[in-house]
Design a protein around this ligand. Structure first.
Ligand code: ADP
Ligand code: MG
Length: 616
């Protein structure tokens, strides 16, 4: 087989373009990315070699070598890890497997500074080599296989793959440095970069010059060192490596559990929200090690889904090395480690929530939506999560806990009121809030989709039931101060009957409202029906065919209602009231952000009413 030329996946092409043009300021990070990959490759082989020791029999000592050739202007990062066969080479260095990549790249703006911040949380991994190299060659041989392959590219849309010669397993990444990247030929500069970013790598990194080798890292598992000996910067660099992350850790949790089960955990909570947090395929990112040997990063039972933002690793003494990945999940020791992790993380969050409320608010904005999934799933941690939960409310900009809310409840108030919706601005405008605002009753404003699901599951907090302000009768009469109204309500008995008659099967009922002070109408759900937004979500996901009928509530103090009530019985009122009935219903739908079932009829009635008003 001879050389073949292949195209990068479109997404890779776009990423490479950004890498070449905008990541300039921190380009030394390419070295940590390549070393990180080399270290991962050694980890993966070490795991395979547990069951196939022949793979490493000829060369059992793992290492990473950095080789400089000043004359040729090349920098090489070589490992004796697992290596790649042809298929892996084309796949891993030609595509980005992460789901959501295309959507992520869509969001880039073209503004270098903004894009860089975004790319920062995405990570460019191997492709960062093109920040310093004109061309990159990869010569690699998969452990246990006879053929070797050479991949090469200038990062401009295509790459070549051809058979190659390589005596030993592993991968050599050879960078032909760009004219302005001389600094990376200097041993002192390279050693400094390795020390700064890769000192924590657990296998030796050797610097090779003129045939002489020198070890430049500590080469011991960082997580086994005592906490006092690890600096914040070292933790942060380790986080970048183990979490494939590019931001700074928001929290670092490092502890050793002794007793019935022994393990060391080094976990990080990110400070930024990963772009794929709500991707259905996204799993947690906690790696499992057994006695310093990497086993897997997909151990399903190790961390619950509602802590999937946590990154890092767990290293245990108490599992056999040769346990199959499939059997791990069911292992009771994994379940024990999981409860240890959950306890620790929730405990740490509770401490932060108490001691550093502002920092905690930043965490909550990023990951509250995920943590709340733990309220919905059957979990013995419901109370702890409820205590951590923070909410935007009608009471102001600061996040409130349920404890805060309950402490501020009005005389006579027995429920915790909430309103759910897509975004904050829309919620703020909702007519459903008017009566609550007028009486100074605080309402939780919920915008995460999961809110629709955990509330019915949790039902109450400290014996106070959660109640949607869009559901059932509001019964506000007994709560808080009396309503400061602009006028007495008029008798709307006859008007109600006529509206009901006009709207017939389009609504479940028409009734007088307790919750409106400014708007003429709103739609509410019957006590027994699903909450309006939940129903909408279920319909979107095709879990529900028919939406249930709503109740139209009218505000008897509103001037429009007065006018309509006074009109009843006058000549020609029947057709005017019929138009008004439908327009009011459509208006309420618009305020809820619902599409109108018959926009043409709406437009026709609206025009007729305007024409009459203008006297045409
Ligand atoms: P990530 O490390 O986050 O997966 P990278 O872009 O750094 O992303 O690397 C892409 C993939 O290429 C890796 O997941 C791995 O499968 C493969 N790869 C990169 N470098 C090596 C190497 N030195 N040895 C073996 N495989 C490698
Ligand atoms: Mg990588």
């Amino acid at each position: 087989m001879s050389e073949e030329r292949l195209s990068f996946q479109t997404e890779v092409g776009r990423l490479l373009h950004i890498v070449a043009n905008s990541l300039y300021s921190e380009r030394q990070i390419f070295l940590r990315e390549l070393i990180s990959n080399a270290s991962d490759a050694c980890d993966r082989l070490r795991y395979e070699a547990i069951t196939r020791p022949e793979l490493v029999a000829d060369d059992p000592e793992y290492r990473i070598r950095i080789v400089v050739d000043k004359a040729a202007r090349t920098l090489e990062i070589a490992d004796n890890g697992i290596g790649m066969n042809r298929a892996a080479l084309v796949d891993d260095l030609g595509t980005i497997a992460r789901s959501g990549t295309a959507a992520f790249l869509e969001r880039l703006t073209g503004d270098a500074r903004k894009d860089m911040a975004m790319i920062g949380q995405f990570g460019v991994g191997f492709y960062s080599a093109f920040m310093v190299a004109d061309t990159v060659a990869v010569v690699t041989r998969r452990a246990g296989e006879a053929e070797a392959w050479r991949w090469a590219s200038d990062g401009k849309g295509t790459f070549t793959v051809a058979p190659a010669e390589k005596e030993t397993r592993g991968t050599r990444v050879i960078l032909s440095l760009a004219a302005d990247a001389d600094e990376f030929l200097e041993p002192a500069r390279l050693a400094h970069v390795v020390k700064t970013y890769s000192d924590h790598i657990a296998i030796p990194i050797l610097f090779v010059e003129d045939g002489a080798e020198e070890k430049i890292n500590a080469a011991a598992a960082l997580w086994m060192r005592p906490r006092a000996e690890i600096t914040a910067a070292q933790y942060a660099e380790f986080y970048h490596h183990v979490g494939h992350a590019f931001d700074e850790p928001w929290a670092t949790l490092h502890w050793r559990a002794e007793g019935t089960i022994e393990y060391t955990a080094l976990l990080f909570i990110p400070s930024t929200k990963p772009f794929d947090l709500f991707n259905p395929e996204r799993k947690h990112r906690v790696k499992l090690y057994v006695r310093r040997v990497f086993i897997t990063e997909n151990c399903d039972g190790l961390v619950p889904a509602w802590l999937r933002f946590v990154r890092g690793l767990v290293d245990t003494e108490d599992l056999p090395l040769n346990i199959s990945r499939e059997l791990l999940q069911a292992n009771p020791r994994i379940a024990r480690i999981r409860s240890g992790i959950v306890k620790r993380v929730l405990g740490d969050l509770a401490r932060k929530a108490e001691k550093e409320p502002d920092a905690f608010a930043a965490f909550w904005d990023n990951f509250g939506g995920v943590l709340k999934e733990g309220l919905y799933e059957p979990s013995e941690h419901r109370d702890e999560i409820l205590a951590l939960a923070r909410f935007r409310t009608t009471a102001g900009e600061t996040l409130a806990s349920l404890e805060d809310y309950v402490g501020r409840m009005k005389e006579g108030q027995s429920a915790i009121y909430y309103l759910t919706g897509e975004d904050r601005a829309m919620l703020d405008q909702s007519p459903h809030l008017e009566g609550f605002r007028a009486r100074g009753i605080e309402v939780l404003l919920l915008t995460d989709p999961i809110d629709e699901f955990w509330i019915p599951a949790v039902r109450s907090y400290k014996e106070k039931p959660f109640r949607s302000v869009t559901k059932g009768g509001a019964d506000l009469a007994g709560i808080g101060e009396a309503l400061a109204t602009e006028g007495e309500p008029v008798d709307v008995g006859a008007l109600l009957a006529l509206l009901k008659l006009a709207l017939k099967d389009a609504v479940k009922d028409v009734r007088v409202s307790d919750r409106l002070t400014e708007s003429p109408v709103c739609l509410v759900a019957d006590e027994a029906d699903l909450d309006i937004r939940l129903e909408r979500l279920l319909k979107q996901h095709r879990q529900l065919d028919e939406a249930s009928l709503r109740i139209l509530e009218i505000n008897p103090r509103h001037p429009l209602m007065r006018a309509l009530a006074a009109d009843v019985g006058r000549a020609g009122a029947a057709s005017r009231l019929e138009d008004a009935a439908w327009l009011l219903l459509d208006q309420a739908r618009i305020m809820d952000g619902d599409p109108l079932p018959d926009p043409a009829a709406f437009a026709r009635r609206m025009s007729a009413v305007m024409a009459r008003a203008i006297g045409g």
